[in-house]
Design a binder for this molecule. Structure first.
Ligand code: PBG
Length: 340
């Protein structure tokens, strides 16, 4: 069949036609503004003591609590797909009111770091989440005290402990230190601690604008870290605030943050854009556990196309201004990107 002869455009019809640049996959590829690549991904992983541990997290299908040996396998598989950066969360065997086990050079994250370094050398980038909620018996992100009859995290008593945790992780081989507790002055305290211990070369990725979010639910199951009373609203940010996020980022930058994070990602795409535009620093976004779980749940029911929706979500986070994305979708997305 031959194409019909071209028809002249009739008066009154559009001369500007955006559809011209959507007419084929090749021209769409040429004009595409945002490209997600496997280099953008950071895969969060949960490690606990033992050997042969591989416990699936109910609300996060395909994600597991792992022991150092199975963590090596998991990272090896992700690495084969091209994922090279990882964020480690520790699940300690014992917890106390201060979370002292977090400072132990023989602690679970420290052991995992050494094991991974031995297995992979510097072919992978290892980041560590720096916080106390996984280590304290009460599940809050630091030491507690009473103020005005209310129990709250004692900001300034927690800072030196946080710095010590970071130094211990750096000593065990962490490439990037990522404090997530939303305490005032945490980046400055950690920077001073790292510098004094000889780790001035280790960068800090600050969870600078972290919101008190319902989207962390599945993570707290994964990390066994739900607060035993109350919530995190006295340290994490109010979802209603945007100007405050810029102020938080400005403080962390002034204290020496090398990279900044916005968390969660999807309900905060406006914040990612504003942070990127204002500070022009490498900006991370955390596509958190609840965001992952929603996609999985809908996909398991056959209500959405998981591959299509996931890649659309990751593209939207990148388009909003993120340079890197922490995401539990990383291995699947890496596979899909490879398939093209
Ligand atoms: C630790 C921390 C949390 C997450 C990352 N680091 C939990 C929290 O703040 O309650 C959540 C990550 C996710 O939901 O995927 N403070």
């Amino acid at each position: 069949m031959t194409d019909p002869l071209p028809q002249p455009t009739r008066p009154g019809f559009p001369t500007v036609r955006p559809r011209r640049l959507r007419s084929s996959p090749l021209i769409r590829g040429l004009v595409r503004e945002t490209e997600v690549t496997v280099d953008d991904f950071i895969l969060p992983l949960f490690v606990k003591p033992g050997t042969g541990v591989r416990v699936e997290i109910g609300s996060m299908p395909g994600n597991y609590q792992l022991s150092p040996d199975t963590l090596v396998q998991e990272i090896g598989a992700a690495k084969d797909l091209g994922v090279k950066s990882f964020m480690l969360f520790g699940i300690p065997p014992v917890k106390d009111a201060k979370g002292m086990v977090a400072l132990d050079d023989g602690g679970i994250v420290q052991v995992a770091l050494r094991t991974l370094r031995k297995a992979f050398g510097h072919d992978i980038l290892l980041m560590t989440d720096e916080c106390f909620c996984e280590y304290t018996s009460h599940g809050h992100c630091g030491v507690l005290h009473e103020v005005n009859g209310r129990t709250d995290v004692d900001n300034d008593a927690t800072l030196p402990l946080l710095a010590e945790q970071c130094v211990s992780h750096a000593r065990a081989g962490a490439d990037v230190i990522a404090p997530s507790g939303m305490l005032d002055g945490m980046v400055g305290a950690i920077r001073r601690g790292l510098d004094a211990a000889g780790f001035s070369h280790v960068p800090i990725l600050s969870y600078a604008a972290k919101y008190a979010s319902g989207f962390y639910g599945p993570f707290r199951e994964a990390a066994e870290s739900p607060p035993q009373f109350g919530d995190r609203t006295t340290y994490q940010m109010d979802p209603a605030n945007a100007a405050e996020a810029l102020r938080e980022v400005a403080l962390d930058v002034a204290e020496g943050a090398d990279m900044v994070m916005v968390k969660p990602a999807l309900s905060y795409l406006d914040i990612i854009r504003r942070v990127k535009d204002e500070f022009r620093l490498p900006t991370a976004a955390y596509n958190v556990s609840g965001e992952f779980a929603m996609v999985k749940a809908a996909a398991c029911n056959g209500w959405i196309d998981e591959r299509r929706v996931t890649l659309e979500i990751l593209t939207s986070i990148k388009r909003a201004g993120a340079d890197m994305i922490l995401t539990y979708h990383a291995p699947d997305a890496a596979r899909w990107l490879k398939q093209g």
